[in-house]
Design a protein around this ligand. Sequence first.
Ligand code: FUB
Length: 478
Amino acid sequence: MKKRFLFLSVCMALAGSMGAQVKKNVNTDPYPYGNPVIRHMYTADAAPHVMPDGRVWMITSVDHENGGGYSTMHCYHAFSSSDMVNWTDHGEIFHVNDIRPKDAPASDKWAVWAPDFIYKDGKYYLYIPIRIQHGAESSQEKRKVTAYLAVAESNSLTERFKVLTPQIKETRGIDPAVFRDTDGKIYLYWGSHMAAQLKDNMYEFVGKPVKLEVDTDRFMEAIWMNKHDGKYYLSYHTKYGNKIDKNHPDDPNRKPSELAYSVGDSPMGPFKYGGVMNYELGVGVKNGPNLPGYDYVPWRLTQSNHGGIVEYHGQEYLFYHTSALSSWRQDRFQGPGTWTQRSVCIDELNYRKNGSIVPVKQTIEGVAAVKINQPAVVNLSLKQASLADGESASVSNVNLGTGYYYFSAEVSGVTAPLKIEVRTGATDGKLLGTLLVKKDGYVDTSLIDANGKQTIFLKAVGGNVQISACSFFAGNVE
Ligand code: FUB
């Protein structure tokens, strides 16, 4: 445990010192390719999710225009897209000054690193890794670091988030990832493969955090949970070795900076090592510019890998970041770009028949624009159903097309908390999502794998309830 923390600290110190390199952004010509997708500023650590408006949203870290290392990461931006190609910048939604106490020692450098977020009951929750570098920039002191998680909330992704709790208890470490399973339970993952189920208040845990079994000693950071075909894929950035040698970038004796994954049958594992999901930055990129004198793209020489996965209308995508844009803006691809001036890229994520992941083919072109041809909302033809505990109502021939990401209903007659399961095919068929009902009124939840023509079963579990106005939504942009 101690050893791993030391390793992480050394990597961070190494990253910090490499990132401290400052290169001027002198080239103002438009960036000529599709990846990265955000080109007017530096963005990193994207957390992508489909939101109730049917758009894909990502909240990203912001790398400083002037570089200067990871301690200069001070804010988050929100971006959204309806096709994965054209992105709208909704501006800064959180700044480190929104959380740093006014009386914090001036010598402490506060930064906000890779975030994640989730929608629940009309609110958005933003999980923030606070990273405080204590003491002077020089000497050994640089390695003294405090890192923990905070959570902020907002009524809208375009409004500033307000701190809900400045420090979630028992969260030492960085890189939170938040995941809602189809049974309605929400899990927080962070740091060195820690995890816990979140309580309804979104900042306390049900029980104690657990260190997950990930079946590898290469786990370093950047944990992410993705459910695919009923299996739980935990992905992460691997521990890596020395700086890449220009002349031997694929030196087999150097541990590469990759994203790998482990697979499990439950959100809390255990997980079995599955393989590489994303090779080092710039590996195998075709049609790009070559580093002068070499046969690979210039940013192939930088090490920082961080992944976020989202499924959108039948295709999964890996969001990661590269230094391609800094390489362009600093010297027109003559050099590798700066370590901490990263930019979000998107490429397809595909699986083999046996469930293993095909390592992502990184591209300079980016992905094709998604076209959605279906209504935003599908109302269930179910006027009102009275369900006793364990009973279900069904509607056949529901066309969920290429995907609907949320489900809502009006409920009444609620006397105690209960669940309404949304299933396909049978009362005990595939679970797409679960409404957690506490009182009469409107209730909604996210869904996984809600697509195609289906017979939908709505099943009351734990109490009696009347349901009406049932809709699948977020199937297109409102
Ligand atoms: O961006 C700051 C840190 O670098 C993140 O928290 C890590 O995952 C790595 O991307």
